[in-house]
Design a protein around this ligand. Structure first.
Ligand code: NAD
Length: 263
């Protein structure tokens, strides 16, 4: 039977877990999902930001629970899923990430471990818990990578780029192995005006860091759309992928980058 559009995009009766929901793309995604009718489990290390997102999302009259979790710690991830036992979400969005800059030659073991723990390992463990819970019932998984994984552009992100391409491989492997029940896709943002990116731009100007300022200038010059994107413009792509509008999309890599990767 042909289903109506508003039914296909609706997330009513579904529950989504979104990481990094205290700000940026994660917060925008939480708000769109709430608007689409999903109940939410919001995860972040920033408790204050989480509470702000919860307050805004509840205006859509959905149930919202928040969890202050440090995703770099597997023990906290496992405790979260233990807590959710029997009521696991049917949609998982792994969005939290850190883009800490450091020259490749200056990266030490503890810095490397932290970046990998947040940007790659946490996604591995979150996905493992999700697949264990949903591999028979079905579910939707979306992992957030970066344009940097495909086209390293900024300097000082070798560690980040390695982690973000790992996210792609991990997601596609899950899409292949569990595709009968779980749809797993990757969103690839680039040039999104989030709190994190605004802070980086401000720091570059304040420190008069000419290298970063010139990278930012070259980035803008290369952007076909000639402007940065808004967090909501990524959230809408994530919503599409999570909804039944994308019921035959699996293992896909979808950029939301104003065309940056096309040039
Ligand atoms: P952001 O910095 O605005 O938000 C990231 C969130 O992740 C924050 O709320 C932060 O508290 C949370 N977080 C960080 N470390 C955590 C930890 N250990 N445990 C739990 N939560 C933690 O970032 P954003 O710009 O919205 O980016 C979201 C995702 O998109 C990231 O994975 C990022 O790498 C990716 N991305 C963003 C851009 C962009 O232009 N903004 C480009 C490419 C990729």
């Amino acid at each position: 039977m042909r289903r109506l559009l508003n039914e296909l995009i609706s997330l009513k009766g579904r529950k989504a877990l979104i990481t990094g929901a205290a700000s940026g793309i994660g917060r925008a995604t939480a708000l769109r999902f709430a608007e689409a009718g999903a109940d939410l489990e919001l995860v972040d290390i920033d408790e204050f930001g989480l509470r702000e997102t919860k307050g805004e999302a509840e205006e859509f009259e959905v149930e919202v629970n928040v969890h202050r979790i440090d995703l770099s710690r597997k023990i906290e991830i496992d405790a979260l899923w233990e807590n959710l036992k029997g009521e696991e979400p049917d949609i998982l969005i792994n969005n939290a990430g850190i883009y800490w800059f450091r020259d490749f030659t200056e990266v030490d073991e503890s810095f490397y471990k932290k970046v990998m723990a947040v940007n790659l390992h946490s996604i591995f463990w979150m996905c493992q818990n999700f697949v264990r819970a949903r591999k028979d019932k079905g579910g939707v998984l979306i992992n957030v990578s970066s344009i940097e994984a495909f086209l390293p552009f900024a300097k000082g992100l070798v560690h980040y780029d390695a982690a973000k391409l790992g996210v792609v491989a991990l997601t596609r492997a899950i899409a292949r192995e569990y595709g009968k029940k779980i749809r797993a896709n990757i969103v690839v943002p680039g040039g999104i005006e989030t709190e994190g990116v605004k802070k980086l731009k401000k720091e570059a100007v304040m420190k008069f860091d000419m290298e970063k300022i010139s990278i930012s200038f070259n980035f803008n010059a290369r952007l076909p759309m000639g402007r940065f994107g808004m967090p909501d413009e990524v959230a809408r792509v994530i919503l599409f992928l999570a909804s039944d509008l994308a019921s035959y999309v699996n293992g896909a890599v979808i950029p939301a980058d104003g065309g940056f990767l096309s040039t």
